[in-house]
Design a protein around this ligand. Structure first.
Ligand code: GRF
Length: 200
């Protein structure tokens, strides 16, 4: 398979995926990074690993219609024969036309146990703040298929950890992120082997 990662931020999950590729845990080519933020950490990581970076943002293409803008993504993805899109801290909604074209071929990771603590505004530290505020005893990660609504596609994998009395949102974020780095590459390898099916 050819994989394109979409990222906007630090890129620690992207790095975990690249390391897993290097170690042979992931077999697919990590063909390219698409980002809406050309100065984010993920871009530096891509450069370090010699991965092509494509910057696609509304700021670059303000004049395009929705359809034309979606076509910018689709043309790049088609040119690189991308089979699977892996969202790793991508802060934008994927264009609906791209979601339709890549139906059951886009995955995302969320730092909580969906369907709780998901949806609009639930990203980054906000998620962990909400978890602490709710007083739940477990949290974790969810890896899921992407459809046109935030955090609502088929759940592929979850892993949980206990929330300790002493946890605050930052300690929780750190522990959840460690889970993400361990299991996102693993789940990609299971998809490659056909042990996790993306189809509904
Ligand atoms: C992760 O917590 C991930 O679950 C969420 O965005 C964050 C990205 O972190 N979707 P990083 O950029 O991979 O460090």
């Amino acid at each position: 398979m050819n994989i394109s990662v979409f990222a906007s931020g630090t890129g620690s999950n992207f790095l975990a995926i690249l390391k897993a590729r290097k170690e042979g845990i992931i077999k697919s080519n990590i063909s390219l990074l698409i980002t809406n933020n050309s100065s984010c950490g993920a871009v530096n990581i891509a450069r370090e690993y010699g991965i092509e970076v494509i910057h696609i943002s509304r700021k670059v293409y303000p004049q395009l219609t929705e359809k034309e803008y979606a076509n910018v993504f689709l043309n790049v993805l088609s040119k690189h024969s991308i089979d699977l899109i892996v969202l790793a801290g991508y802060m934008k909604m994927v264009e609906p036309e791209v979601v339709r074209t890549f139906k059951n071929r886009i995955i995302n990771i969320h730092p909580a146990l969906l369907p709780m603590f998901g949806g609009k505004g639930m990203y980054g530290i906000n998620v962990h703040k909400a978890v602490i505020k709710a007083g739940v005893k477990v949290t974790g990660i969810t890896i899921h298929c992407v459809n046109e609504n935030y955090d609502e596609g088929k759940i592929l994998f979850q892993k949980c950890i206990e929330v300790d009395e002493a946890d605050d949102e930052y300690s929780l974020q750190k522990r959840v992120l460690e889970l993400e780095h361990k299991y996102y590459p693993y789940v990609i390898s299971l998809i490659e082997e056909g042990k996790i099916k993306l189809e509904t």
